[in-house]
Design a protein around this ligand. Structure first.
Ligand SMILES: [Zn+2]
Length: 254
């Protein structure tokens, strides 16, 4: 099963994989039924979750809503530490994650806009280097797993900070190598295989290191390195989260 999933994940483009999984989801959810693990996003329990990733991480993907570890951690953060589900907020969601999209859309008080450079499903076609909104427009911006793809991440982070209202906040998760002190980037590396070797994926242009929070601060944010995963104690296993994963939340100073 693990080998088969690994083969599928590497060979089939993710959009097709997502579509396939929606078709077979009914059967997959039944097959994985149990009470050992819970996905907080779709509030469903399973005996195990699906393996996912280049190195095929066990229990990574929720069989029902297809959330990954980071999505489940973000969701717990939203539930426990924000007013996103109850407050009146204006939100921009850049490159929206499928498992969040429909759930955010359903929130009556949330004034919700999606933006993407490529996806025809997004409300606004936009480049994160040049966000087509006025200063101080949004209470919340989500921009996860985008900054490792963009040419100028300082410009992109500055743009996100610019469109936030003072006191507003952004969720800015990016892949990070805990062994790297300083972010590794080299624009001369354009070969996809070399990029995968150096930065972890064929379309990544950098791998972030311990200076990630400092880079956010340089773009104007007050940075919160959220410790939700530690605060959960052993329960992080029940939600099948990655041990030690920090959430990077950038607050625009008042
Ligand atoms: Zn789920």
């Amino acid at each position: 099963m693990k080998q088969f999933m690994r083969f599928l994940m590497r060979r089939i483009p993710r959009p097709i994989l997502l579509r396939l999984s929606y078709i077979f989801r009914f059967f997959i959810v039944r097959f994985y039924k149990g009470n050992q693990l819970e996905c907080p996003v779709c509030e469903t329990q399973f005996r195990k979750m699906l393996p996912y990733g280049i190195n095929s991480r066990e229990n990574a993907m929720c069989p029902k809503c297809l959330s990954l570890e980071r999505h489940r951690l973000i969701w717990l953060y939203l539930q426990n530490k924000t007013n996103i589900f109850t407050g009146k907020n204006k939100m921009l969601h850049i490159a929206p994650e499928q498992c969040f999209l429909g759930r955010f859309k359903k929130l009556e008080k949330l004034d919700y806009t999606t933006g993407d450079l490529f996806s025809p499903l997004a409300d606004v076609k936009m480049d994160v280097h040049d966000i087509p909104f006025d200063d101080n427009t949004f209470d919340i911006v989500f921009c996860n797993h985008v900054l490792e793809h963009v040419t100028d991440d300082h410009k992109a982070m500055s743009e996100i900070c610019r469109v936030l209202k003072p006191g507003g906040w952004a969720m800015l998760q990016s892949p990070k190598d805990p062994k790297l002190k300083v972010t590794k980037e080299d624009p001369s590396i354009t070969d996809p295989w070399e990029r995968e070797r150096e930065f972890g994926q064929k379309d990544h242009v950098r791998m972030y290191g311990d200076d990630y929070a400092a880079r956010m601060a340089k773009a104007g944010f007050k940075v919160i390195e959220d410790q939700t995963v530690f605060e959960l104690g052993e329960k992080y296993k029940y939600y099948s989260l990655l041990p030690g994963e920090i959430l990077y939340v950038g607050v625009k100073p008042n």
